[in-house]
Design a protein around this ligand. Structure first.
Ligand code: ATP
Ligand code: MG
Length: 465
């Protein structure tokens, strides 16, 4: 796990998110407190529960983005859930624990990916040996194997119809051949050749389930069956280049012990997991006894034990939720945080307000972030060999239009920039290939021309963006 001071975290978040300093600080502190806790003796650790956060702010001002970037920065397993999903019609205690299972899945993927990377080099070497076994199999030996290398050559890949009485000379000939092939493989001279490799036949399983009238959408059952059933394999004809990847993947899987992965993933999710509970305001407020409202308070009560700390059963083992960090978010236009049931409020002691984005903010959002929209469009156009350039006054004008529209119609926050840029660039994106090799400059006039509907007519209610 990377460790950052709160100030460092805020500095990193500043690269992607403009303004919203209070929110950035709060999440940075919550994160640092986890690290501080992890340095205490075990007994004291148990006592300290995370200070969960509620982010309050209108749409499109960076709530989700802050949580997502934070998780990515510190490589914490992360999931985002809409609280409203639990209020959907037909909700009968729809298992809110699924968010914990999803978090664990994310952790498993993360740990597994890391472990696979660690063994990557070793797996590539093993894959090379297996390629050689396919291209020039060693004969089966009757004498006990002493050389660990040879053990490896004979790990079941050699065809069984080999004559066991191969002479030493023959063996030497094959060894020489393998050495030559190895050099060729390393010089990538055989990449295009076709060979047969043994791969897992995942279709066999799915076919069987389908024939039983079940599909594998409900993961658990499929996994359970998979564990019982012997693995089916089939031969596939592929190029050496592809085979190298397939075999390296297979070898890496053998080198990584999945029990370790599970154990590590559970610890990771328990201590570093972050769950982003979106639209929390939509489940606030007392439910009337009519319509979809009935379940609001019920959903809060369902969520409560998870946030308070409980043990959730998963197919990988039990996971404790006590120290998972929850970041809730909502606009709270109608309901207030105080409309949440008191127990839940108590579990979300930190409240931060995110501000509306001003024209200056919007302009900075266009210019500054490493992944700003303008940079994204420029990169897209570059693939067509078109250099897209925005002048300063064009950017200023765009921010102004976005801000006006937000004020005069619906406030979409930074999302407004997406709709405006799509409209602005619609023509150029349509005809980009005509400008290959050229520079396309977007200046104030072009902005005004393309977006004139929005500027000329002050009665913006005519325009639905
Ligand atoms: N302060 C900001 N700085 C940079 N980009 C921003 C900012 N606020 C929003 N954006 C961009 O706008 C888009 C929407 O932001 P985000 O998903 O964080 O909104 P939100 O606050 O979660 O809104 P909602 O309540 O609708 O979910 C994202 O592409 C994000 O990068
Ligand atoms: Mg959001």
């Amino acid at each position: 796990m990377e460790t950052y001071t709160p100030q460092e975290i805020v500095k990193e978040l500043d690269k992607y998110i403009i303004g919203q300093n209070d929110a950035k600080k709060s999440v940075a502190v919550a994160l640092r407190n986890r690290y501080r806790r992890s340095r205490l003796p075990k007994e004291q650790q148990e006592e300290i529960s995370p200070k969960n956060i509620i982010m309050i702010g209108p749409t499109g001002v960076g709530k989700t983005e802050i949580a997502r970037r934070l998780a990515k920065l510190v490589q914490a397993p992360f999931v985002k859930v809409e609280a409203t999903k639990f209020t959907e019609v037909g909700y009968v205690g729809r298992d809110v624990e699924s968010m914990i299972r999803d978090l664990l899945e994310a952790a498993i993927r993360q740990v597994n990916d890391n472990k696979m990377k660690e063994v990557e080099h070793q797996a590539e070497q093993l894959a090379e040996e297996r390629l050689l076994d396919i291209l020039a199999p060693m004969p089966k030996k009757k004498t006990p194997m002493t050389n660990p290398f040879e053990m490896f050559f004979n790990n079941g890949n050699a065809p069984s119809n080999q004559n066991t009485s191969t002479s030493d000379a023959d063996v030497q000939a094959i060894k020489d051949k393998r050495e030559i092939l190895k050099q060729k493989l390393r010089r990538q001279e055989l990449e295009e050749d076709y060979i047969d490799v043994e791969v897992e036949d995942s279709n066999a399983m799915n076919d069987m389930l389908a024939s039983m009238g079940m599909d594998d959408t409900n993961g658990n059952f499929g996994d359970m069956m998979n564990n019982f059933m012997p693995k089916k394999t089939k031969k596939r004809k592929v190029t050496v280049e592809q085979a190298r990847k397939i075999l390296a993947q297979q070898e890496a899987e053998k080198l990584v012990d999945f029990d370790d992965v599970k154990q590590e993933a559970i610890t990771l999710a328990e201590n570093h997991g972050i769950i982003f509970l979106d639209e929390i305001d939509k489940i606030a407020g007392k439910g009337s006894s009519h319509g979809p409202d009935v379940s609001r308070e019920g959903v809060q009560r369902d969520i409560l034990p998870i946030v308070e700390g409980s043990v959730v059963k998963t197919k990988y083992g039990n996971i404790r939720t006590d120290h998972i960090l929850f970041i809730a978010a909502g606009a709270f236009h109608v309901a207030k945080p105080t409309d949440l049931i008191p127990e839940l409020q108590g579990r979300f002691p930190v409240r931060v307000y995110l501000e509306n984005l001003s024209q200056q903010d919007l302009e900075r959002i266009l210019r500054e972030p490493d992944n700003s929209l303008l940079k994204q469009y420029a990169q897209l156009m570059k693939t067509e060999d078109v250099e897209l350039v925005f002048t300063d006054d064009a950017i200023e004008q765009l921010a102004k239009i976005a801000c006006d529209l937000n004020e005069q119609t619906e406030n979409l926050g930074a999302r407004r920039l997406h709709t405006i840029l799509e409209k602005l660039l619609a023509d150029i994106m349509y005809t980009a290939s005509d400008y290959a090799g050229q520079q396309f400059v977007i200046d104030e006039d072009y902005v005004k021309e393309q977006l004139r509907d929005m500027i000329v007519d002050r009665d913006l209610s005519n325009f639905i963006l």
